[in-house]
Design a protein around this ligand. Structure first.
Ligand code: ZN
Length: 396
């Protein structure tokens, strides 16, 4: 049994306490804890303490992180980006495992200890990207608790064999059933949604459906999804990623959908992009809907933007939703901590005794200051082990 005593740290910026970790678990939190004789001592120097940050929506398998800059000359539409990515992969220079591992390590250095990553499945890549993400997860040796989504980027019912590939992925390592714009991509929403829920029921695994579709079209898809959630009683089992339509449709229609999402525990994953209407955070929270955050792709053939840092994503959520007050900035942090744990179904989360010992120390006065300044992380502990210090991985 190993013990680690963190002294003089301030949970969420509050009063100074100590935190005792035994093996992989937080054993005690309180002022001036007596050091056990076998404990390693670590002086927290009054830093802000947060639970390990959570990336709720990313695509490790697409990134060029750790590789030369990708020169983006892609057309303006989503289908252009999908086709460009497939053409680029055919050139054979993309190593999904190496990119996934490099990016996941960068996330760890910045205090992210849990993650949901979507892995492409289509007739060309087959299961290669799911398998590459599984190997990257294994290479991290348990430091990162990672959920892998079987993600049909190019569609389900219009792409030969994709449902069967998703079935195999869910049997062999994927944790979540993905989906993609049932109207816009497959042009047959009922068949796609039926296929996704069939897979979810067969494997008893949750769903996370990308829904970029605008306005009325997106609301129609969302209504079809919620109808199945209600009929099947899948409370707390479904995430709608993006849900841009909720930022576009009339308020009465939006509120009716949000009420059904709250009642069924259907969550929203938002990336809070600058250029598109988004589900309004304050209104979603007031309606009782769980909203959590993610970067989506990071430095890939789709976008040059984003950082493997969930405090940075919290900043974007704050900017996009015009959050100014400190209690509102707490919502932005919630999106990358507790709300993400709830929405993704990560258990043993938080700073209370009994939680998995995932914590990050930040040299900041308050939560708001941590989000706005995004300082280098002083210390990152994952599963009870120190994995990073002062912005660098700890070797070994
Ligand atoms: Zn995505």
């Amino acid at each position: 049994m190993t013990a680690l005593l963190l002294r003089n740290i301030r949970p969420y910026g509050g009063a100074s306490v100590d935190l005792l970790i035994r093996d992989e678990t937080i054993a005690a939190v309180g002022p001036s804890l007596p050091p056990p004789p076998d404990a390693t001592l670590e002086d927290g120097l009054g830093c802000l303490l947060l639970p390990g940050l959570i990336e709720g929506h990313t695509h490790l398998d697409k990134t060029v992180w750790g590789s030369p800059w990708y020169r983006n000359a892609v057309g303006p539409n989503r289908v252009d980006r999908i086709e460009n990515e497939r053409a680029w992969r055919r050139q054979g220079r993309h190593d999904a495992e190496a990119g996934s591992l490099a990016l996941a390590r960068a996330f760890l250095v910045n205090g992210t200890t849990r993650m949901r990553s979507h892995a492409d499945i289509d007739p060309e890549v087959g299961l290669r990207h799911v398998e590459a993400t599984v190997r990257a997860r294994q290479a991290l040796g348990g430091a990162m608790e990672m959920q892998i989504v079987a993600f049909p980027q190019s569609g389900v019912v219009t792409q030969a064999g994709v449902e069967e590939l998703m079935d195999a992925a869910l049997r062999d390592g994927a944790d979540v059933v993905g989906g993609m714009d049932p109207c816009a991509i497959d042009r047959d929403p009922v068949r796609q949604i039926d296929a996704l829920f069939r897979l979810s029921q067969r494997h008893a695994k949750p769903l996370d459906i990308h829904l970029h579709e605008p306005g009325e079209m997106g609301a129609f898809s969302l209504d079809l999804i919620l109808e199945r959630v209600e009929v099947l009683g899948l409370h707390g089992q479904v995430t709608i990623s993006h849900g841009f339509c909720l930022g576009m449709i009339p308020a009465a229609d939006r509120d009716a959908l949000l009420a059904r999402m709250a009642k069924t525990g259907t969550a929203i994953a938002t990336t809070a992009p600058a250029g598109t209407p988004v589900p309004p955070l304050a209104i979603c929270r007031a309606a009782g809907v769980t909203v959590y955050g993610g970067n989506d792709g990071i430095r890939d053939t789709w976008t040059p933007y984003a950082q493997p840092d969930m405090l940075d994503r919290a900043l974007h959520i704050g900017l996009r939703n015009a959050l100014r007050r400190d209690d509102e900035l707490d919502w932005a942090l919630d999106c990358v901590t507790s709300a993400a744990a709830k929405g993704c179904g990560f258990t043993n989360y938080g700073l209370a005794p009994g939680s998995r010992a995932d914590v990050v120390l930040v040299d900041a006065e308050t939560v708001g200051a941590a989000i706005v300044d995004r300082p280098v992380r002083r210390l990152v502990i994952a599963g009870g082990r120190i994995v990073a210090r002062d912005g660098a991985m700890v070797t070994g």
